[in-house]
Write a protein that binds this ligand. Sequence first.
Ligand code: NAP
Length: 502
Amino acid sequence: MSDSSTHQPQAPREVEILIVGAGFSGLGMGIQLRRQGHESFAVIERADDVGGSWRDNTYPGVACDVPSPLYSYSFRINTEWSRMYSPGGEIWDYLRDAAREEGIEPHLVLGADMLEAKWDAETGRWFVHTSNGDFVSEILVSATGHLTDVKFPDVPGLDTFRGSLFHSARWDHGTPLDGKRVGVVGTGASALQIIPELAEVATEVVVFQRSAPYVRPRRDRAFSESDKQLFRRDETTVREMREVLFWGGDYNFAARRLLPSFLAEARAMALRHLENQVPDPELRAKLTPNYEIGCKRILASDVYYPAMTRPHVRLETSALAAVDDTKAVSAAGSEYELDVLVFATGFETYDLPSSRRIVGRRGQNLAEHWGDNGMQAYDSVAVAGFPNLFMLNGPGTSLGHNSLIYMIETQVDHVMGALDWWRASGRPPLEVSQDSEEAFGRELDRRAAGTVLLQGGCSSWYLDPRNGRATLSWPDFAHRFRDECATFDPAVYASTKVLAGE
Ligand code: NAP
């Protein structure tokens, strides 16, 4: 029996604000909207749960290397963290609790992959097509993250591998590791957390290191029940810890600015840690980075170097170059028989997940608009030719020295300011000019030029490989981001009616 009514295309759902992505930034935006009394919004999410990176990354040892008291919304202090560096599962729970307790769940549409969002000049609205229904909104907030789409290196023979092969952010929990020979490709933040865990269970671990990371002591500790009682009784104790941790993080930016004494202090701390933990000079030499500290993310671990000294853990100091049946072949020509191959090879970072799917006023998508010059946004939030679009956690936001949640909250404040003004002013389409976008991009280029990101003698995921620009990064102290980008300035935004005549 056929029921023709079930085949009727559903009318698009109309909301004032559509948020794309339910990670830290999308949920933070939704929570602020609710807290300030807005009800006409939806949060669409391509996965089947909220949580972003903290939902996707479930690898053994997953944790955050930003201290937990600082790694939460300032408006939802968590007094229950188990440790100074809490496991990823706790952070995911924190976000799920936030979605539930702040009343975001009724606004959530899960399994809704945004396939295209198109600005319609006639109606002045965004038409958004997803894998779970269509939407029309006046405001579009892109909160799709920048460590979202996984990256595999272009290595011949990957499809011939007879063992299990997966990415660190798509961990295959069905693959047994006990007694297996496991290869780990990469030595970034994910690999450093995974390797010590694998070393506990695998018979052999082979680490493919293309470039050695700098590693500083982590000094993790559990919060005792009396610590937590104190936090619960007096939340200001957590706020005070946040202050200290925040300013300590910002202090570390001085080294990124290449100030010699700060650089020397950071370098000495990491190399001392290596020396303390790796007595063998030959292994130590292989684990010593050949670029300046801070050029890549500085990692924090007390268990990585000890794991690397274990007899069944082998360090291959060249890239994985080929895979053939059961063998992994390094660029230096060594061959390893493996049962499991883990790719801790990071994410597609110079192109955002949404940049080919959001089409602006001129009929171009974001990637076409930016071209090979790479991404940029005025105040890291608004793009010329894309009216009523706000980007969270996109270009010009990434940090190596402080908490990303602080950056996200700053951007949410900018958007809330824009919404207040927009409503009070007859809801005109808001857009920044090409000049504003470019001037902001040039200013970030100017600041990045004086940092270790560009001067440190390395390549990293912070840089766009097409042009060498640090398009993803905020190349300054985190507090300056709030000073400069938290406030919506209507004078910079014009109505598209004005801009259409450009
Ligand atoms: P990543 O930092 O991009 O590291 C990727 C690693 O793969 C690099 O070591 C890279 O080497 C290596 N690689 C790529 N192709 C290779 C090949 N063919 N052979 C050998 N090595 C190869 O990725 P990630 O570790 O997933 O971390 C990404 C970001 O996520 C971090 O920087 C951080 O912001 C965040 N994160 C944070 C935490 C935390 O808070 N603890 C944990 C995980 C991730 P090169 O260095 O030579 O390019």
